[in-house]
Structures are given as structure tokens and as C-alpha cells.
Design a protein around this ligand. Structure first.
Ligand code: CP
Ligand code: NVA
Length: 319
């Protein structure tokens, strides 16, 4: 398996995952192929222990259920040891610099998984760490989540080319990450948000440029009906993210018009799937009949976090 993991793309060794912008479509597809193979060969993967003897630190500034558990299990299944480090009870919580923290952790562990409110925090850790850094969510990007989503889309719909993915709601980390993965994999990405909550224009511009190379497209709209019409994948996320500030009641009020409900799902293709990174708020961004209905693939999506993270760790840290 080590050969399988490393022979095709040695360029992945030692790489960080901060944003999928930095990975080529071929590298992303290789990672997703490995993830799919691992999912079908769980016992073989576990018995080989390709990362035996390695240690991976997990440093979380924000709450987490899926990311925390799936990374710890992925690390263990590959034979490595997860080292959990709670932000508040580490010296970071008392003001030690990111620079010193990155340098010190690099002397103990083989990689650092970090969840932080500000994207700049993960970029700073990566700058000073001498081991790979994996972004486990920032205000700008959630790369492993959309890798899992891409894996789920291929499992359900057979591929990415020509797939219309429509995301409704806040122009947040998930919206940005769909723009990035969609552009890399040649999907048609539509983001529908209320005015004032659009994704960052620099990411939209970047995605438009990238999509011209892969046959994808990017549409930004304020019209939720138009967005879901003919979609293959309908996605959303919480209206209010971790660390959000400002007038959150007003934000929720504006977002209401972007809820995904049964009527909206009927505008999508009959075989369309529904995705949500979770945690979800039934009755806010999505109705219970949709998220708990037959088109919803949210738990496959959650499971696939495990496999894409295992693939990412194996490719970047493997022998
Ligand atoms: N989707 C996701 O990242 O979930 P957690 O916040 O529970 O990790
Ligand atoms: N946009 C959400 C995603 C949670 C996984 C947040 O940042 O809180």
C-alpha cells in the first residue's frame, strides 16, 4: 500500500493542506482515489500501519465533533498517535506566540492539524512549522470538508464534470471552499446569498479563472430559486458560523429566504442530492423533511471526512 500511496505523486510528500487552491486537480483526484480505495479496503489499511511511529498534534481553537473525532480515528487507523492539545489550556491561551508554538511542536510531532477562527492563524503556523500543517477549518476555508463532499458527489453521481452544485446561504468558509473545489474539479458552482453576505470577491475571481481551465463555471446570485433550478447537488450550511460577530439576528432574518425546503428541492433535478457539512439547524437553513429525507447524503458526507483525511495524511506523511 505504501507504494500505491506514494509512487504516483511523490510531490505530495511533506505538503500542507491549508487551502485546496494550492493543490492541482490531478493531486486532488489522486487523494480522492486513495480515499475511495481506503474506504473499500479498511482492514488492509488498518493492518499496514503506514504511519507507525509518527505523532500528529491536534490544536483546536473552536468546538468540533466530526473533525476532531475523524482526524483522531484516521491518525490511529494509520498506526500513528494523535496528540490532542486544547488551545485554552495550552500556553497559546496565555499568549505564547504562534511562531514559537509552531517551532516547538515541530520538534515533537510529524504534523499539526489546526482549527482556528482566523485563516491567518493557520497560515502563520504553516509559515513557522517545519512539519505539514492541515487546516481543520478557518473563517475562510474548510478544505477537508469539501474533499469529503467531492468524494460523496462522485459516489452518488459518478463524477464532477458538468455537475451543477448550488449552495444557498452565507458566503462563508463552506461557500469559499465549494468555489475552490468546484473550480478545481470542473463543476458548475452557483452560490446564492442575501446581499451583503456574498463570498469574498478575490476567491470568486480566482475560482472564475481556475474554472476556465477545468471546464467548470461560477455563478453568484441573490436569487435562491434560480440557483437551485436544475441542480445536481443542493448544499447549505449554518446561517451563523463559529466566531461570527455583528448583528446576528438581522443576519438570520435575511438568510431565511435562502432556506432549503421541499419546494426548493423540487426545482433541482429529480435525482439531486442534498449536502450539509453539519452541525445543522433544522427549521433554519434546512427543513427536517429535506435533511432527513431520501435525497440527503449528510451522513455519508460525514463518514467521508475520515477517508479523505486518512488519504491526506498517508500521502503527505507516508514513507
Ligand atoms: N463539519 C464539521 O467540520 O463538523 P465539526 O465542527 O463537528 O468538526
Ligand atoms: N460555517 C460553519 C461550518 C461548521 C463546520 C462554521 O464555521 O461554524
Amino acid at each position: 500500500m505504501v507504494e500505491r500511496l506514494t509512487s504516483n505523486l511523490p510531490a505530495l510528500k511533506g505538503r500542507s493542506v491549508v487551502s485546496m487552491m494550492e493543490w492541482t486537480p490531478e493531486e486532488i483526484i489522486q487523494l480522492l482515489n486513495t480515499a475511495q480505495w481506503m474506504k473499500g479496503n479498511r482492514d488492509t489499511v488498518q493492518s499496514r500501519g503506514v504511519l507507525a511511529g509518527k505523532h500528529v498534534a491536534l490544536l483546536f481553537e473552536l468546538p468540533s465533533t466530526r473533525t476532531r473525532v475523524s482526524f483522531q480515528v484516521a491518525i490511529s487507523m494509520l498506526g500513528a498517535e494523535p496528540v490532542w492539545l486544547d488551545w485554552g489550556s495550552s500556553q497559546l491561551g496565555r499568549g505564547e506566540s504562534l511562531e514559537d508554538t509552531a517551532r516547538v511542536l515541530s520538534r515533537y510531532v510529524d504534523a499539526i492539524v489546526v482549527r482556528a477562527h482566523r485563516h491567518e492563524t493557520v497560515q502563520a503556523l504553516r509559515r513557522y512549522a517545519t512539519v505539514p500543517v492541515f487546516n481543520a477549518l478557518t473563517d475562510r476555508a474548510h478544505p477537508f470538508q469539501v474533499l469529503a463532499d467531492a468524494m460523496t458527489i462522485r459516489e452518488e453521481l459518478g463524477g464532477w464534470s458538468g455537475i451543477k452544485l448550488s449552495y444557498l446561504g452565507d458566503g462563508n468558509n463552506m461557500a469559499h471552499s465549494y468555489l475552490v473545489i468546484g473550480a478545481k474539479l470542473g463543476m458548475d458552482i452557483t452560490i446564492a446569498t442575501p446581499e451583503g453576505y456574498e463570498p469574498l470577491s478575490e476567491i470568486v475571481q480566482w475560482a472564475r479563472g481556475e474554472a476556465t481551465l477545468t471546464g467548470g463555471s461560477v455563478t453568484i446570485t441573490g436569487n435562491p430559486e434560480q440557483a437551485v433550478f436544475g441542480a445536481d447537488v443542493v448544499a447549505t450550511d449554518v446561517f451563523v458560523s463559529m466566531g461570527d460577530s455583528g448583528d446576528l439576528d438581522r443576519k438570520r432574518e435575511l438568510m431565511e429566504a435562502f432556506q432549503i425546503n421541499r419546494t426548493r428541492m423540487q426545482l433541482a433535478k429529480p435525482q439531486a442530492i442534498f449536502l450539509h457539512c453539519l452541525p445543522a439547524h433544522r427549521g433554519e437553513e434546512v427543513t427536517a423533511d429535506v435533511i432527513d429525507g431520501p435525497q440527503s447524503k449528510v451522513f455519508d458526507q460525514a463518514e467521508n471526512r475520515l477517508w479523505v483525511q486518512m488519504a491526506g495524511l498517508a500521502h503527505t506523511l507516508g514513507a
